[in-house]
Design a protein around this ligand. Structure first.
Ligand code: IFM
Length: 468
């Protein structure tokens, strides 16, 4: 039953303890890249390399949230956020990847106190892509030692903040770091080494497992991992397209989730990856570390994929296929096709039903763990007119995905929270500042923040006032 059937407020479709929040990450918002002893991260290096970022920008200033965190909290209060998901910059805490810089942690301690004083729960992500450059110089994620360095970092952060932070996300979107960072090279550190990217994926999972154990001994909070899930559909009923679905779904979704919840990587995906590398970085003793119990599965959802093995363009796909490229190692023969759905400013198809279906699938494939949508949002071209950003398309995107979650709840999915991506317009990685995901507009000329119509809609939803 939908809200319009019943006339009830949309937020009443959710349990009273459902958590409504918004998310950001350190490199995308903080700026202040040389303050208080911070070291360089791989994103500093990458963004300063000519040609890597579409608009030639970098995160040197970003939304200046390192200095304006108080102002950001005021905005969160105006929206009525119950929780704020942010990440800790590893090179602030360990500038060279090992030595502790207490001043780096001071910033997060102040932020956490400020949030709690405002009644906003801090949700802390440990790794949102900003590896200390010194660790990349030592080999980066393809090296096993990086996973141990990460556990050490997790321990330092928890020792300092664990008395106040009760929700922990170890690694955000390991697929992106491994395959955009080390296979396609679209993200930092920009390497194009398919075999190394698979080692990176494994070591990110190992890092998650080792950090989980470090946190568990120090904190009574909830621990989870953030995975970016995409439903994958076939372009046609052909056997080739069914296998394309199996392969892309395998590397995108099952590789990571099975390792955590099913005691190991899926055999068919390992067989595919063995076409690229000998997989000797995976030790038998790693599986139980990676599979240590966690308290929540953090689901990042934006869009869907439709794939074909027939990249000649003569199949049943409704639009010309585009090669999946090198970000799915071993699967370069597969192509994406567009299915005519409306798209966001990223060119991503808008499919709220895909969120509902993915949540239902995850709850059935990996039962017994609460799910939280830790990222969901859209980039569109926004214009500030007379102090207002009328971002109707983002309002619709949010509303339709919120409705998809209520459908998942009605199907008994143990969904406990939602975080809009993003609180603020920010540095959208290889795209720079051209792609605005915020529910709050940032005028990058003067750092003024203006709550967009989507942010006002979200505020109404949280306050229980949003009607269909
Ligand atoms: O901005 C990113 C975020 O850092 C990770 N998930 C996807 C978002 C949009 O691309």
């Amino acid at each position: 039953m939908t809200e319009s059937d019943t006339g009830v407020h949309r937020s009443e479709m959710f349990p009273t303890d459902f958590v409504w929040g918004a998310a950001t990450s350190a490199y995308q918002i903080e700026g202040a890249v040389q303050e208080d002893g911070r070291g360089a991260s791989i994103w500093d290096t990458f963004a300063h390399t000519p040609g890597k970022i579409a608009d030639g920008t970098n995160g040197d200033t970003a939304t200046d949230s390192y200095h304006r965190w108080n102002q950001d909290i005021e905005i969160m209060k105006r929206i009525g956020l119950q929780a704020y998901r942010f990440s800790v910059s590893w090179p602030r805490v360990q500038p060279n990847g090992s030595e502790l810089n207490p001043a780096g942690l001071d910033h997060y301690s102040r932020l956490v106190d400020g949030l709690l004083e405002s009644g906003i729960q801090p949700w802390l992500t440990l790794y949102h892509w900003d590896l200390p450059q010194a660790l990349e110089d030592a080999g980066g994620w393809p090296e096993r030692d990086t996973a141990h360095r990460f556990a050490d970092f997790a321990a330092h952060v928890c020792d300092r903040l664990g008395d106040r932070v009760k929700n922990w996300i170890t690694v955000n979107e390991p697929w992106c770091t491994a395959f955009l960072g080390y296979a396609s090279g679209e993200h930092a550190p920009g390497r194009r080494e398919p075999a190394a990217s698979i080692a990176a994926a494994h070591h990110l999972m190992l890092a998650h497992g080792l950090a989980t154990s470090a946190l568990r001994t120090r904190s009574d909070g909830n621990i989870g991992v953030g995975l970016n899930f995409y439903p994958v559909y076939p372009a046609s009923g052909s056997a080739g397209d069914a296998d394309a679905v199996r392969r892309i779904d395998g590397v995108q979704n099952r590789l990571f989730a099975d390792a955590i919840f099913r005691g190991g990587y899926p055999a068919d995906v390992l067989a595919d990856l063995a076409e690229v590398t000998d997989l000797d970085m995976i030790r038998d003793s790693d599986a139980p570390i990676i599979g240590a119990p966690i308290d929540m599965l953090c689901v990042n959802y934006y869009s869907r994929f439709t794939v074909t093995a027939d990249n000649t363009g003569t199949g049943s796909a409704s639009a010309a296929p585009t090669d999946v490229g090198s970000a799915w190692p071993g699967n370069d023969h597969i192509s994406f096709v567009a299915n005519g759905l409306p798209q966001t400013g990223m060119g991503w198809e808008i499919d709220p039903g895909g969120l509902r279906d993915m949540l239902i699938r995850l709850s059935r494939d990996y039962p017994g763990v609460p799910l939280v949508v830790t990222e969901n949002g859209s980039a569109f071209e926004d214009t500030l007119v007379d102090g207002r950003v009328a971002d109707d398309k983002r309002v619709s995107y949010l509303r339709d995905h919120v409705d998809a979650m209520s459908q998942a709840l009605a199907a008994d999915v143990p969904l406990t929270g939602y975080f809009a991506w993003s609180l603020l317009d920010n540095f959208e990685w290889a795209w720079g500042y051209n792609k605005r995901f915020g529910i709050v507009y940032v005028d990058f000329e003067n750092q003024r923040r203006i709550i967009k119509d989507s942010g006002l809609w979200y505020a109404d939803l949280i306050a229980g006032r949003a009607m269909s």
